[in-house]
Design a protein around this ligand. Structure first.
Ligand code: G3I
Length: 348
């Protein structure tokens, strides 16, 4: 019971502590939602800062359609830090300023991950467990402090588990052990007690072992009053993703805030180099976008953080190993059936 009181207090602080962060959730017109910006929960996008700087059509699409942004890469360690205590904030600050100028929420991604760490820490740093804890604490608190009151939520730890539920090897796990997760959340909370802190991962919609591992971790952290407030389900899905498993995954997030944090839906499931996009694939893709939207709508309103696409237009998608068309806007910034499907859910 204590943990739910604790969580309720955190939720109250996290959502009612209105510093100067924008309120990204406009009140939608009754059943006449014509833009994702009017959705009953925040719709966001992972933002490519180079495109934001250089592609006005991309910039305008974000302004027209989303109320939340996540830096695709600009707040990862490799992008921010070229040495211990050495930072370059320009691209991340550019995105934050764009977001705040356009009354958008900024979701920080990501503080501690196995991937995309600074070259310096991967190749030049070594030390005792205590020294690894110290360098992790310094990094987290330097970054969270820099963005304090502008970045209102963080993916504190990203992808700590393998699909089979075992801990994923990383410089953090290998040098600190599994307690790196608890420490990362405590360090982030120390730096910004108002920030809403998430654990983020992929595969909950297909791996029960991963759901179990995440929930065991969450239960352990909550029992120790570790400030973890939300779960990010990345949901990098495909046209074969199961509606039942999507709903199970979203409902598995304990009593924490729920973020579908990196939604995209692949149509080229075989990585066919000669694949082409067509109406049939577009309809199958639309169905999966609808499943995710319906799942988020079914989350208790107080725990509904929203849906963030991993990008917004096929012109700038991370999926490049084979032709694919994973996002709700095509490469010419036209709405796809997936977009219409989300509006259908909101207007039903
Ligand atoms: O900007 C450099 C460029 O200067 C250089 O020439 C080029 C070749 O080395 O690399 C460019 O940086 C790349 C960056 O994307 C920007 O394109 C990095 O190498 C590349 O590793 C990075 O990939 C990103 C990946 O995370 C790893 O950080 C993807 O864009 C990004 O979409 C992807 O996003 C992840 C989430 O953070 C976590 N969940 C999974 C998701 C998809 O993998």
């Amino acid at each position: 019971m204590k943990k739910y009181i604790f969580l309720s207090i955190i939720l109250f602080i996290g959502f009612s502590c209105k510093g100067n962060e924008p309120d990204p959730t406009p009140k939608p017109p009754e059943n006449n939602i014509t833009s994702l910006k009017q959705a009953p929960f925040p719709i966001g996008a992972a933002v490519n800062v180079d495109a934001l700087k250089n592609d006005n059509e991309y910039r305008q699409l974000l302004i027209d359609e989303v109320t939340s942004v996540t830096p695709e890469n600009a707040m990862k360690m490799y992008a921010l830090s070229s040495g211990r205590g050495v930072y370059t904030w320009d691209d991340a600050d550019y995105l934050v300023n764009f977001a705040l100028e356009n009354n958008m929420r900024v979701h920080g991604h990501t503080l501690i991950w196995y991937h995309s760490n600074g070259w310096w820490i991967e190749n030049t740093f070594s030390g005792t467990k205590e020294e690894w804890i110290a360098v992790m604490r310094e990094y987290i608190q330097d970054v969270v402090t820099h963005f304090k009151s502008k970045v209102t939520a963080w993916d504190v730890v990203n992808e700590a588990f393998n699909d089979d539920g075992t801990y994923r090897p990383s410089i953090w796990y290998d040098n600190i052990g599994e307690e790196y997760i608890e420490l990362a959340f405590r360090f982030a909370h120390e730096a910004d007690p108002d920030a809403v802190l998430f654990y983020n991962d992929y595969g909950q919609e297909y791996s029960f072992n991963k759901i179990q591992a995440i929930n065991t971790m969450v239960d352990t952290l909550l029992a120790k009053n570790v400030p973890i407030h939300g779960i990010g389900l990345q949901m990098h899905m495909n046209i074969n993703s199961s509606e039942t498993k999507i709903n199970y995954a979203v409902n598995s997030a304990r009593n924490l805030i729920v973020h579908i944090s990196e939604l995209d839906v692949s149509v080229n499931t075989e990585n066919n180099p000669d694949a082409t996009f067509n109406d049939e694939l577009a309809q199958l893709q639309k169905n999966v976008y609808k499943y995710a939207t319906e799942a988020m709508l079914n989350v208790n309103e107080d725990l509904r953080y929203g849906i963030t696409f991993w990008g917004i237009t096929d012109k700038y998608s991370w999926r490049s190993s084979a032709p694919d068309w994973v996002l709700p806007f095509d490469a010419d910034f036209n709405k796809k059936p997936a977009y219409d499907g989300m509006l259908e859910v909101f207007n039903q």
